[in-house]
Design a protein around this ligand. Sequence first.
Ligand SMILES: [Zn+2]
Length: 65
Amino acid sequence: MSHKTTQKRFVAGARCPECKEMDTIVCYYEDDVFVRECVECDFSETISNEDEPAAKQQIISIKEL
Ligand SMILES: [Zn+2]
């Protein structure tokens, strides 16, 4: 059995681009890849490191909350 420490966090104030619901987006790291997904629909997006600075800003704001 593998113990993967994948910690999912809700992104406060984030809106799902698919179903347009608020506060349904969770994000986590899978290996070194940042993953963003919606708990209400099938939306899921991966962002590789350094790819999108906006993703990093979001992570910082999550920590502050
Ligand atoms: Zn959604």
